[in-house]
Design a protein around this ligand. Structure first.
Ligand code: AMP
Ligand code: ZN
Length: 460
């Protein structure tokens, strides 16, 4: 079953073929680091991680780029208002630079806790100011910009198909516009460079051919994706909120400068909602991964919850759903740990699972295949090897899981301890006897890189 993916640009599921034979270029819009990521943001990164794993499953090496927005993302899409970083700085009293550092660190902790694969490149907007300035110069030379008292703007009237990604209704937008335009000519025009106020210094500002200031938000993604992936690459991702403004503007810029729509596939994760309202950082009241951890929930249970919904459906968060995910993951871990290693994956189940994930990442159905396998009468070692293959996509770190030490009876723990000592003394015969005793008592002991692991053997 070849991989097919939904492309927002064509509004269709299309067969995926890499542009270059040797790798897939994947760019994912990353966090704006003025505050913690909320679990809605993290849902989008889980979707992107699954996409990357499925690409790898299909044998494609992935060049995965994620940006860190640490300047230029304004509080409102209308290009007026404050930069989110400076706003964060006012809120906490720290410098904008310190805030960017702190929330980037916090973000990476969440990233790793969710077992998201490390991108090939993390790139910060503030490390790529020269690239952004050069990009704007190209746009200016090509006649796509105009200057006002507060910045340099992209002139969207120069492109007939501006906003195609979002199927924007230009007449409707112009007629119904209620937003203050400021000095912009059109509601869809957007800032490429904003000037610092003449009478004050900003914390983050740079010189440019147009004067001291800072880049608009959208230009960083066009500039950094071009640097790391070229201006025509395979897949560009983000949350669904990016379709109408951010991604439409990235496409407009790249179209104007390089003549491409940037990516062959545009993929968007739908929102995680809380009681039918979208979760937003700007709203102030949001759930972090740490909030779940404080309630005793393993971050991977949240990952499991994300896998239960298709990325193109919204996922309504509530604590009962999370608890159900936790219970399911717990059951899976326990049964998996009870199965012996050394088997080979069952090809029919692997083919069924791969067909589901290749069908536009249908993870809910892939999970159904997983549970069919768990309940099947295949030998336990076969089931374990098959789940190992699934876990390359699910990313639940099943082989790393250790049962809670409190679940191991004292006499069993004591026997395991004696065996560790026997091995340390190279008394292999005694170590083997102890392993057999443990097995007779229903416990399997394995020696791994991080010490021994004890698991209760399944009765099946
Ligand atoms: P931000 O840090 O606001 O730039 O957003 C980071 C990523 O999270 C982007 O891809 C957004 O589209 C996405 N996102 C924002 N809110 C949600 C939400 N409630 N559910 C899922 N994804 C979201
Ligand atoms: Zn972006």
């Amino acid at each position: 079953m070849p991989l097919v993916l939904y492309d927002t640009w064509s509004r269709a599921v299309r067969p995926f073929k890499p542009i270059q034979p040797d790798h897939v270029g994947l760019y994912c819009c990353g966090p704006t680091v003025y505050d913690h990521a909320h679990i809605g943001n993290l849902r989008t990164y889980v979707f992107e991680d699954v996409l990357r794993r499925v690409l790898m499953l299909n044998g494609y090496p992935v060049q995965h780029v994620v940006n860190i927005t640490d300047v230029g993302h304004l509080v409102s899409d209308a290009d007026d208002g404050e930069d989110k970083m400076e706003k964060g700085s006012r809120r906490t009293g720290e410098s904008a630079w310190a805030i960017a550092e702190r929330y980037t660190e916090a973000f990476l902790i969440d990233w790793r806790a969710l077992n998201l694969l490390e991108p090939s490149v993390w790139c910060r907007a503030t490390d790529h100011i020269a690239d952004q300035v050069a990009f704007i110069v190209t746009l200016e030379r090509a006649g796509y910009t105009y200057q006002t008292a507060d910045g340099v703007y992209f002139d969207t009237s120069k492109q007939d198909d501006y906003g195609f990604l979002a199927r924007l209704d230009h007449e409707g937008l112009q007629a119904g516009k209620r937003v203050a335009l400021g000095e912009k000519r059109r509601v869809t025009d957007f800032a490429l460079w904003k000037f610092s106020a003449a009478d004050s210094r900003r914390q983050m500002e740079w010189d440019s051919p147009w004067g001291r200031g800072f880049p608009g938000w959208h230009i960083e993604c066009s500039a950094m994706s071009a640097r790391y992936l070229g201006s025509w690459f395979d897949i560009h991702c983000g949350g669904e909120d990016h379709i109408a403004v951010h991604h439409s503007n990235e496409i407009a810029q790249t179209q104007a400068a390089h003549g491409t729509r940037l990516a062959n596939f545009w993929m968007h994760g739908h929102f995680l909602t809380l009681d039918a309202t979208k979760m937003s950082k700007a709203g102030g009241d949001f759930l972090r991964l740490q909030t779940l951890v404080d309630r005793g929930v393993d971050p991977l249970a949240y990952r499991y919850l994300c896998l239960t919904a298709h990325y193109r459906s919204s996922l309504r968060f509530n604590w009962d759903a999370l608890e159900a995910a936790r219970v399911a993951l717990d059951r899976l871990r326990n049964v998996y740990a009870s199965w012996p290693t050394g088997g080979t994956a069952d090809e029919r189940f692997v083919a069924r699972f791969n067909a589901e994930v290749n069908q536009d990442l249908n993870l809910p159905r892939a999970l159904a295949v997983l549970w069919d396998l768990v309940r099947s009468d295949l030998p336990p070692a076969t089931r374990r090897a098959t789940v190992d293959s699934f876990d390359s996509v699910l990313g639940l770190r099943l082989p790393d899981w250790q049962p809670d030490k409190r679940d191991i009876p004292a006499d069993i723990a004591a026997l395991a301890e004696q065996r560790v000592k026997a091995r340390a003394n190279s008394d292999w015969a005694q170590a083997d006897r102890l392993r057999d005793t443990l097995r007779a008592l229903g416990w399997q002991i394995e020696d791994g890189e991080r010490g021994v692991r004890l698991t209760r053997m399944s009765k099946e």
